[in-house]
Design a binder for this molecule. Structure first.
Ligand SMILES: [Zn+2]
Length: 423
């Protein structure tokens, strides 16, 4: 048993007053505040540092790293599959070194999420807890399928497509058979993907995807930005709204009622505006400001908002210190970014990347993203109080002292300590 004593604790919702002891046994948190007994074989005095759930990003493409958005090529085909997997391995390292112990995939080529998950479970590489996604599912001639039609899709990169409810059901089942736990659909356009029409999939196709996924215990996430399409996705049982640029008060009520998750992923829109390509990609400053305005309303209403974004590095040559490049510390910059919005607090946005995210990362009754007895032992130790200074989460080289994944110290920069070795 490992016990962290003398800890300031952020439990995934709030900072607990005083100092606490957090006891871990195997891959679980077994007690908070029970005095360490004889069975504790490693007691670490963290001297008031903050123990909190490991951070979890809920919109991640582990293989988006060398894709050139301006090339006209299709993502997932820019490099051979093995090299794309190597990029995924690199992303896992960057996540852990950034204090992220979990990610929920938002699509990848070549089954990379599911393969990473196996490699981590087999002890081949260290890595975060993963909820695996797969291809973008869409329809023939849709916005991901209509360009470069003369290049065959026999070896899909990121995008696969078919038509009609029966075909959708089959695609979903094929994805699940390859280890996918969250089906990604391109239900509609927007959020930097312009299209002549907002709709990208027919209603009966979305319904078939949701039914086929839920029957087999998978969840469904939808790229969707248009108001009517978001309402349709929620009504049909889509679990995660990705982007949701036109979320309004009616949609907020529907999301609360249905328990829908929402990943606003605003740093991508910020980046498009910053580089001056927003108009070309169908984004306006007004739309960006609209999302910032509705976020506090959604938070107050109880929407399960999540952090995560389109990290890729596509702007690394255009923006100095590109916030969406896969570099250590960048994923944690989102917390300070969102907390600057009037009406949101540091605890609100920290809960997006911990307790809210945990509810998507694992299926009940498992719990992660919380410091409580019974939760999975994925946690981090921060030198300082992130609620006072969220930028600590963007400076892991200075502030991140430990990363514990499944009860094991995978990064240990804690001060040297005497070890008691009771057996
Ligand atoms: Zn994405």
């Amino acid at each position: 048993m490992l016990v962290l004593v003398n800890a300031t604790v952020f439990d995934g919702r709030e900072l607990l007053p005083g100092r606490h002891a957090v006891a871990l046994e195997d891959d679980r948190i077994v007690a908070v505040d029970a005095p360490p007994g004889d069975e504790a074989d490693d007691i670490i005095d963290v001297d008031g540092m903050t123990v909190m759930p490991g951070l979890i990003t809920c919109h991640l493409h582990p293989d988006f790293y060398k894709f050139d958005i301006f090339s006209g090529e299709k993502p997932g085909k820019e490099l051979p599959p093995g090299v794309m997997m190597a990029i995924g391995v690199r992303t896992c390292r960057v996540l852990l070194e950034s204090g992220f112990t979990g990610y929920v995939g938002a699509s990848c080529a070549h089954d990379i999420d599911a393969s990473l998950k196996v490699a981590i479970a087999q002890g081949i590489i260290p890595g975060p807890r993963i909820r695996a996604c797969g291809h973008h599912i869409g329809t023939t001639g849709d916005m991901n399928n209509r360009s470069r039609w003369w290049k065959p899709y026999a070896t899909p990169g990121l995008d696969i497509c078919d038509d009609g409810p029966d075909a959708m059901r089959k695609l979903v089942r094929q994805e699940i058979s390859r280890g996918v736990e969250t089906i990604k659909i391109f239900a509609g356009a927007g959020h930097g993907i312009p299209s002549r029409t907002a709709r990208n999939m027919a209603r009966d196709e979305i319904a078939a995807v949701v039914a086929a996924a839920h029957e087999r215990g998978a969840r469904v996430r939808a790229h969707v930005a248009d108001r009517e399409m978001i309402l349709e996705c929620i009504a049909l049982g889509v679990d995660v709204i990705d982007h949701g640029d036109e979320v309004d008060e009616e949609i907020i009520d529907k999301m609360v009622e249905a328990g829908t998750f929402w990943v606003p992923s605003l740093v991508y829109l910020w980046s498009l505006l910053e580089v001056g390509y927003a108009a070309q990609f169908g984004v306006t400053p007004e739309l960006y400001e609209h999302v910032r305005r509705v976020l506090p309303t959604a938070q107050r209403a109880g929407v399960r908002i999540l952090v995560g974004d389109d990290y890729s590095g596509v702007f690394r040559h255009l923006i100095k210190d590109d916030p969406l490049d896969h570099q250590v510390g960048n994923y944690g910059r989102e917390f300070a970014y969102y907390a600057e919005i009037d009406g949101l607090t540091p605890a609100d946005v920290l809960s997006w990347g911990t307790s809210n995210a945990g509810q998507l990362l694992v299926d009940p009754p498992a719990t992660v993203g919380a410091i409580e007895a019974g939760a999975m032992a994925d946690l981090i130790v921060i030198d300082g109080n992130p609620l006072d200074d969220l930028s600590l989460l963007a400076r892991p080289d200075e502030a991140l002292r430990a990363v514990i994944r499944d009860g094991e110290l995978v990064i240990d920069r804690l001060p040297p300590r005497p070890r008691s070795t009771a057996t």
